[in-house]
Design a protein around this ligand. Structure first.
Ligand SMILES: *[C@@H]1O[C@H](CO)[C@@H](O)[C@H](O)[C@H]1NC(C)=O
Ligand SMILES: *[C@@H]1O[C@H](CO)[C@@H](O)[C@H](O)[C@H]1NC(C)=O
Ligand SMILES: *[C@@H]1O[C@H](CO)[C@@H](O)[C@H](O)[C@H]1NC(C)=O
Ligand SMILES: *[C@@H]1O[C@H](CO)[C@@H](O)[C@H](O)[C@H]1NC(C)=O
Ligand SMILES: *[C@@H]1O[C@H](CO)[C@@H](O)[C@H](O)[C@H]1NC(C)=O
Ligand SMILES: *[C@@H]1O[C@H](CO)[C@@H](O)[C@H](O)[C@H]1NC(C)=O
Length: 490
């Protein structure tokens, strides 16, 4: 006979064993389920009260409003730094996607290792009026708000150059919580990509014309200098510039140098003013404009019935090039009472108005203008107003991972100009179908936010991820070049 004490001990032990085995079954019986559990737990991030989930499909869900997208690095943003990962009470240093808390990102785990030229400051922060001390190329990253702000107004649309550069500058700094998709390396032979820190859009915006007694504009002088610099570098010669990343977001930026540097990867708004040979989707990266209107918080986003305007359009009606369609549409739609056409380009005071208009409209038109793209699309996304894209030549950011048909309506220009076509189409979209697109918009709008520090899945992070997906094309080129070199030296 067994003592009853031993019996109850036996029962307790077997209960524990049973629970453990069923748990492990649950965890490991199904691979995909298992990975989902692990990911959702490890990717739980607490950034000053705003929690972000990385779902199994690689999307980020936000539980609360994200840190607001500042126009410039602001004081509050430095607060984000010290909050570590919270995983069941333990602070985690690093998770499987390379997020980090206080530690510097691990080079070997970054998607992309980037070497950045130490170009003189006249190419970047000098254009913002920044002057370092002797021999100082970059503003100090250790001082909070050490980066001079990028000028506001319409300049900001093309500020991708700025956000990418400062993200690289801080990528080796402890205590700045940002995604570890990209890390700056000091040795160019260890880099996947060579970044050219030239604020080309700002250079165009600031110095487009000859001033005073100049023989060439500052904008042209900088581009000429850049070409000369790059063509003399071993890094450039290695692959003829194919692994170089140059930001030229303003359609008129890099006008003088784009042909000479056309083998490089460009970060562009669209391909409207480039020949296919110089810019194409195989090698280049389409980046969003920084939107002008304020981001509508998810909690405040108006639903179908709360948006009285059916169709909203804002912009110049008379445009050269592809813009003739705007006039046709204006005459087709102007007498409809739930259609709002706002004229003229947006000046600073018009932005608030535009934001109001878009966030109370169901559909926002994006009609081709001078160029196939404009920041209107990104204003619509930030307002959760379903974009209606009437621009046959448009290129869309991150389209290899985002299916825009889930949250945009595409209309061919040839259809849009038919009488009644657009109105019938949009009036025919039922509440249920609109709501589906709106729900999707609320999820994906964070992919279009530029901010510092960068956050997982925001515009900066998405651009780096896109660059890393282009890496294999560069690799292919390297490997092909090696074919005979290796064989002959061995
Ligand atoms: C594993 O999970 C997938 C997706 O969740 C499911 O389709 C599949 O049936 C599961 N397999 C088993 C053996 O449970
Ligand atoms: C987080 O939010 C809660 C309420 O929303 C507040 O009480 C708490 O102080 C906040 N914590 C931090 C660290 O900001
Ligand atoms: C959270 O952010 C707010 C401002 O957005 C700031 O006042 C507060 O100190 C931050 N809290 C922590 C713990 O960083
Ligand atoms: C700047 O660089 C030069 C040459 O590299 C060096 O001699 C000089 O001491 C440096 N000045 C400062 C302030 O670091
Ligand atoms: C850079 O890396 C290469 C290859 O890893 C190495 O041969 C070279 O010595 C390194 N250069 C410096 C300055 O560390
Ligand atoms: C709305 O959605 C339903 C089901 O998802 C689909 O069958 C229908 O064709 C859609 N209607 C319109 C006008 O898109």
């Amino acid at each position: 006979m067994l003592p009853s004490k031993f019996l109850s001990w036996l029962i307790a032990v077997s209960m524990i064993l049973l629970t453990l085995s069923s748990l492990s079954l649950h965890q490991f019986s199904n691979n995909s389920e298992n990975s989902f559990i692990a990911r959702s737990v490890f990717n739980f991030i607490l950034v000053n009260n705003s929690s972000i989930y990385l779902k199994a499909n690689g999307e980020y869900d936000q539980m609360k409003s994200p840190p607001s997208s500042p126009e410039m690095p602001r004081k509050e943003d430095t607060n984000i730094q010290e909050v570590p990962f919270q995983v069941s009470g333990h602070a985690m240093n690093m998770d499987e996607t390379g997020q980090h808390s206080g530690a510097v990102c691990d080079q070997s785990r970054a998607l992309l290792r980037v070497y950045m030229y130490d170009l003189p400051s006249e190419f970047h922060f000098g254009l913002l009026g920044w002057k370092g001390s002797a021999n100082q190329t970059w503003p100090s990253v250790s001082i909070p708000n050490g980066f001079p702000p990028y000028p506001g107004g319409l300049n900001l649309q093309h500020s991708a150059e700025y956000w990418l550069t400062i993200d690289l500058l801080v990528s080796n700094t402890a205590n700045i919580v940002r995604p570890c998709s990209v890390i700056r390396v000091q040795n160019s032979s260890e880099a996947d990509v060579i970044f050219v820190p030239f604020f080309s859009s700002l250079s165009y915006n600031r110095h487009p014309k000859l001033q005073g007694h100049e023989k060439v504009s500052v904008n042209r002088m900088l581009q000429d200098k850049l070409v000369q610099f790059l063509k003399g570098r071993d890094e450039w010669k290695r692959l003829g510039g194919r692994d170089h990343l140059i930001v030229a977001h303003h359609p008129n930026s890099m006008l003088f140098a784009r042909y000479k540097l056309g083998s490089a990867m460009f970060v562009l708004a669209d391909f409207g003013r480039y020949p296919r040979k110089i810019a194409n989707i195989e090698k280049d990266v389409i980046a969003p404009y920084k939107h002008m209107v304020r981001t509508v918080l998810i909690a405040n986003s108006a639903s179908f019935s709360e948006r009285p305007t059916l169709i909203y359009f804002r912009g110049a009606i008379y445009r050269k090039d592809g813009g003739a369609i705007r006039q046709v549409l204006y005459h087709l739609l102007k007498d409809e009472k739930d259609v709002h056409f706002a004229f003229g380009s947006v000046q600073a005071n018009g932005i608030k108005q535009a934001g109001k208009g878009m966030s109370s409209s169901k559909f926002c038109l994006n009609i081709a203008g001078d160029t196939p793209s404009s920041n209107r699309l990104f204003d619509a996304i930030a307002s959760h107003c379903v974009p209606v894209i009437i621009s046959d030549e448009i290129e869309l950011p991150f389209e290899d991972v985002l299916d825009y048909s889930e949250f945009c309506v595409f209309v061919r220009a040839s259809d849009a100009v038919k009488k009644g076509y657009l109105l019938n189409l949009l009036r025919g979209i039922e509440q249920e179908n609109w709501t589906k697109m709106w729900e999707r918009l609320k999820k994906i709008s964070r992919h279009f936010e530029y901010q510092y520090p960068s956050q997982p899945g925001d515009a900066v992070d998405m651009i780096w991820q896109t660059v890393s997906r282009k890496k294999s094309a560069t690799q292919l080129c390297v490997h092909r070049k090696n074919r005979y070199i290796r064989s002959q030296s061995s």
